[in-house]
Design a binder for this molecule. Sequence first.
Ligand code: SF4
Length: 471
Amino acid sequence: MVETTYLPVMCNHCDDAPCMRYAGDAIRKRDDGIVIIDPEKARGRKDILGSCPYRAIVWNEEQQVPQTWIFDAHLLDQGWQRPRCQQSCPTEVFEAVKLDDAAMERMAATEGLKVQKPELGTKPRVWYRGLERWETCFIGGSVSADIADAVECLEGAEVTLSQGGKVLTTTVTDGFGDFRFDNLAGDGGMYRVEVAHAHGSVWRDCVLSESVYLGELRLTRLAETKEETAKARPGIAHLVEGAGGGAADSRGAPMLDSDNCRSDMTHRRTSRQESRETNVARILSAAETLCAIYGSGKTNVCDIATYLKMSPANVYRFFPSKLAIYDGLVARVLEDNFPVMQPDSGRFTSAETLREFMLGLHRRVLALMRDEEKIFELLTVADDERWPAFAAHAKRVVNVVAELVEEGVRAQEFRQQDSLRAAECLCASTAALWEPKAIQNLHLRRSLITPEDLISFSVEALRNGPFQCRR
Ligand code: SF4
């Protein structure tokens, strides 16, 4: 779990500015509220730097003057409607508004805006959204358990935060086992985090002077002894005894029907498998969405994790690397675009079926090139670098073609030949129809050869005749 918070620090153009009180006429406030340092009167006054409690004044060594951000007053005076920072920021982080004090207070109350260090009474004019992320701390962690010989992240575990024995709040872990408590004072207080789930429990104490990630919290089994079993909730006791097998009898604990046990274990294993598949699918969908917008080169694991509101560490639980995610995405795109063989294809000749299959493949890749530019780019890289997903796809194409060749041989439509070798040759000669890198080049060359010409020409080589294909 990684979180980075930035706080842009600038002159707040305070209405009751300590710098003005200190520097005399070297600093003044304009009628529009902008605080200006006079470079002539302030020349050589390095002492002014210490007067700003926000450390917003810097020293210009070359000019020997103290400087601060003057709200781009020189530009506003030329007729600009917005300061340069607002005008240039593509994500619209800055917003300059011209309001009277009452309207500004209302806006701050409505949007949850805050100023820095209000306790100083300097009346700053720069308001921040989300300042609590800078001023407060969080406690986070990731919950896992040993389940069927594998460590799995645990969704739906109840997590309680308490202090001095008093419960402050509770939450549950998300699909990746993550939890988080926000807006906590980093005042050195001691907190306890307790996690409870049918698979067990775990707790941690921490002292909070800055945000804390507790790391992976692995659950341990509850109620291992008869006494503990008696104290534990019945549902949990059954799980423990079910896993414990024969030992349960010797301890006098409730016996479970072994068939029911097996069925329960199978059921849980199946749901865990489903949960894993769901998480893998979510990650791939996020990668596909971001890749379609920004391209794979500009989308990393952190971007995907942020999009899913989870930690990068959890993404890595399902995929060992960014490349593995994109390889999975390539496999999914290729699978979704693999031509479906018609069940009634028997009424067509093998040559016709083969032709339709290759042209179907061609049309789908062509559509991706036309409609999904960045996803197509990803496919060209996967093709160029022969990623495992693309290599598997190419093998699948060859195998389908080999089956069709064999059918053609059986029907005496094609001559006797090594069907796999013939399929490899046909796929290589028609690469411009289905391999993204080649299809791109064919498109760029604006070739006069149509896809139909190319596949018909290649299929002809399979028919009865003098052609020999040797290894
Ligand atoms: S932020 Fe600092 S420099 Fe700017 S007006 Fe306030 S006290 Fe002066």
